[in-house]
Design a protein around this ligand. Structure first.
Ligand SMILES: Cc1cc2nc3c(=O)[nH]c(=O)nc-3n(C[C@H](O)[C@H](O)[C@H](O)COP(=O)(O)OP(=O)(O)OC[C@H]3O[C@@H](n4cnc5c(N)ncnc54)[C@H](O)[C@@H]3O)c2cc1C
Length: 384
């Protein structure tokens, strides 16, 4: 296939940070793409916590997307603050971000990032409530997309930005995510300054991490006045189904989760008790590190669909960087879609492998407890 780059039909499946950034970068370069998103509307689903955007990836993506000023309106430098504790409540580390610190890893609420990206696109660029099911190759090149509502759409390039459980991925590889030995439960304390001022002061402006050798609790301040609480359990796949915690019954789940942290410093159970949001169980999965595939004309992946990695702060950043690199390759490509996608993929494979390896190492350290993380910080400081 040698599809000219002047007017390709580009379909993006998935409106997370990766898919939306790609749509925006293409739009900035005068290339129309249609993004199909499973959610019925932009407000259909709560977006969860906050993301720290790194200079070389997430921040670069927003600059290339022409959205830097919009980002600054939401960016919270103080969101980088960290308090690190042992399960018995011993404070091991307190890092407060100075007022004049550079914006190395500012936080932005996931919901704000999504809104900012959606608002930057023409309304017709995002088709809501369209669930991609499968794609079939077209005789002259490209693919026909089939949606669960029976509808179809044809494209020259299909970009799977549909996250961890990508349905586009099987067009390129048989690889599947595997469990990393960690299960998490997420909830939140809305309006914490008013409802629980003492817990608000304890958590501070950024991250409050209590890490043990078999469990963890982290509380993270969001820009909307709330705090997201994540509980981690170093347990095997299937544990969330077998543990007996009724996650769909908020009150009983809360009591059971408080009980499971009863032997830790009392503020841990207090944070769980203050949670008012739904408790969302989540097994943590990753794709094999260094995953690659042979090029398939007319289809590619970005973000979690391509390289799902442990959630230690790289995933959204890498998804947005993929989006910029792919968008620029398509906008400035030398000849045809196949060459642009091949160039994008070969660079993406390399950087994703590095980020995934680092993420897996960091996850191992986090799962070993607070002292291990403290030692890592000290080693990093010593080598600077
Ligand atoms: C608890 C937690 C904390 C995290 N913290 C951070 C962090 O601090 N920093 C960071 O960089 N990363 C973090 N991550 C990772 C980050 O969330 C992901 O890497 C990032 O969201 C990936 O973006 P994406 O666009 O590739 O996919 P996603 O964000 O997963 O978006 C995929 C989109 O595709 C849509 N979709 C799925 N299937 C279909 C379909 N069949 N048809 C149509 N649409 C579909 C979905 O509705 C969704 O909107 C965290 C992850 C978790 C779980």
């Amino acid at each position: 296939m040698n599809v000219p780059l002047d007017n390709p039909r580009i379909a993006i499946v998935g409106g997370g940070p990766g898919g939306l950034t790609l749509a925006r970068v293409l739009h900035v370069h005068g290339i129309d793409a249609v993004l199909y998103e499973r959610d019925a509307s932009r407000a259909a689903r709560a977006q969860g916590g906050s993301l720290d955007l790194h200079v070389e990836s997430g921040q670069r993506a927003l600059r290339e997307a022409g959205l830097w000023e919009e980002f600054l309106a939401f960016a919270r430098a103080e969101g980088q603050d960290l308090r690190l504790l042992d399960p018995d409540g011993t404070l091991l580390l307190r890092q407060d971000t100075p007022d004049d610190a550079p914006l190395s890893r500012p936080e932005i609420d996931r919901a704000d990032l999504r809104e900012l990206l959606i608002d930057s696109l023409p309304q017709s660029a995002v088709v809501w409530g369209r669930v991609f099911e499968r794609a079939t190759p077209l005789p002259g090149g490209g693919h026909r997309l089939h949606f669960t509502d029976g509808g179809t759409a044809d494209c020259d390039l299909l970009v799977g930005a549909d996250g961890a459980r990508s349905r586009v991925r099987p067009l390129l590889t048989d690889a599947r995510p595997f469990h990393v030995g960690l299960n998490t439960v997420e909830s939140g304390i809305p309006d914490i300054d008013r409802t629980h001022p003492e817990l608000a002061a304890m958590v501070g402006r950024g991250n409050y991490w209590v890490l043990g050798a078999d469990r963890s609790l982290s509380a993270q301040r969001n820009g909307n006045g709330g705090v997201r609480v994540h509980l981690g359990f170093n347990t095997p796949e299937g544990w969330l189904d077998d543990c007996g915690i009724p996650f769909d019954d908020r009150k009983r789940a809360r009591a059971a989760l408080m009980e499971s942290f009863a032997d830790w410093a009392p503020q841990c159970a207090a944070l769980i008790e203050a949670c008012e949001d739904r408790f969302v169980p989540r097994p943590i999965m990753m794709l094999p590190i260094g995953l690659t595939w042979a090029p398939v004309p007319g289809v590619t992946l970005l973000g979690d669909a391509a390289h799902l990695m442990p959630p230690v702060g790289e995933g959204a950043n890498m998804a947005m960087l993929d989006a910029v690199e792919l968008g620029l390759a398509l906008a400035t490509g030398r000849g045809d879609l196949v060459a642009a996608v091949r160039d994008y993929e070969s660079a993406m494979f390399e950087r994703a492998a590095v980020a995934a390896r680092e993420s897996a190492d960091i996850l191992k350290t986090l799962m070993s407890g607070a002292r291990g993380l403290l030692e890592l910080f000290q080693r990093q400081a010593g080598s600077r």
